[in-house]
Write a protein that binds this ligand. Structure first.
Ligand code: GLA
Length: 351
């Protein structure tokens, strides 16, 4: 869990933005809710490597340099993430890492980086399955543990090979701040549930919660889907200027607990009707997270039986995780009315 600059700020980066974001992460309660990585995405780089051949930061935007910034991030109890690209240029046209994997991983490690996002622009003729293992080796050679975030947009079916190579891999193209983007990504990522598990996750891309293009109901549904899909939760909004509601959505403790459940199973969609869906995620200790989703334009009653969600018992206790309220003991199943473009997230515990 963390924050990444791209969705909200694109290439408009500065040291000040990163420091203010790190401060906001602490003060807003995001850090204590579990968000730890502060990830600087593309466009932090200078337009050329330095004289010794190392990647170097744009000193106008980052006057104290990346090592200093890494220390400031660490001082706040946070972790430091940084972006590069596996090809000849980054997506924004800056120097990238092809042929310099060992050197660049070492440079990142010397700056105290804890998380590397490695993108896939300008990689003509390369294959993900041959390229990313070089990054695994390069990171290992630094002696510093760093998360490897593989970002090749599912070009080379990373779920087939990336488990032992990196910690997370993008399964789709870039997210947009729209409802159709969220549900389209969910459709694609849903199918990949067998491949995810502890330390090797499907990554349906960073969150758009709080960026203004969707309603709060839609943002709650977005986060609910990501939680049920055991997705990395990387906030992508302006943490310095969040509404009360955005902060409440991003830090909802019982929703985050589903995302972070220690069993590490990605949930599945078990039913798809015209406009509604039922998703289930198996949790540690036998409970289930159940997501009732309405993708349509009117409120709909959605129900599910306990047998359908794999519970052997007749009765179970049900809790609404957004409302943080017990619904009570139910027999045979549970149902609820779901508003259009929204989701209800339940925890169903047998016995
Ligand atoms: C690609 C990635 C995005 C972001 C941009 C930066 O599009 O998929 O997540 O990193 O590049 O240029």
């Amino acid at each position: 869990m963390g924050w990444n600059s791209w969705n909200r700020f694109g290439p408009f980066l500065s040291e000040r933005l990163v420091l203010e974001t790190a401060n906001a992460m602490v003060e807003s309660g995001m850090r204590d809710a579990g968000y730890r990585y502060v990830v600087i995405d593309d466009a932090w780089e200078d337009s050329v490597r330095d004289d010794s051949g190392d990647l170097t930061e744009n000193r106008w935007q980052f006057p104290h340099g990346m090592a200093w910034l890494g220390e400031e991030i660490h001082r706040r109890g946070l972790k430091f993430g940084l972006y590069t690209d596996a090809g000849t240029r980054t997506c924004q046209g800056y120097p990238a890492s092809l042929g310099n994997e060992t050197r660049d991983a070492k440079r990142f490690a010397s700056w105290g980086v804890d998380f590397m996002k490695v993108d896939w622009c300008h990689t003509e003729g390369l294959r993900g399955r041959a390229t990313y293992p070089k990054w695994t080796d390069a990171i290992r050679a630094t002696g510093r543990p760093m998360v490897l975030s593989i970002c090749e947009w599912s070009r080379d079916k990373p779920w087939e090979w990336a488990g032992p190579v990196g910690h997370m891999w993008r399964t789709t193209g870039d997210i947009a701040d729209t409802w159709s983007s969220v549900v389209t990504i969910a459709d694609k990522n849903a199918e990949l549930h067998p491949h995810a598990g502890p330390d090797h996750w499907n990554d349906p891309d960073m969150l758009e919660v709080g960026n203004g293009g969707m309603t709060d109901d839609e943002y709650r549904a977005h986060l609910s889907l990501w939680a049920v899909m055991a997705a990395p939760l990387i906030a992508g909004n302006d943490l310095r200027a969040m509404s009360h509601e955005t902060r409440a959505i991003l830090t909802a403790p019982e929703v985050i607990a589903i995302d972070q459940d220690v069993l590490g199973r990605q949930g599945r969609r078990i039913r798809r009707d015209e406009a509604t869906e039922v998703w289930v995620r198996e949790l540690a200790h036998g409970a289930r997270a159940v997501l009732l989703l309405d993708r349509g334009e009117s409120s709909t009653r959605v129900g599910v039986t306990f047998a359908e969600i794999g519970l052997g018992t007749k009765s179970a206790s049900v809790r609404d995780l957004w409302e943080r309220a017990d619904i009570g003991v139910r027999t045979l199943g549970v149902d609820a009315t779901v508003r259009p473009h929204s989701a209800i997230l339940l925890k169903v515990s047998p016995g």
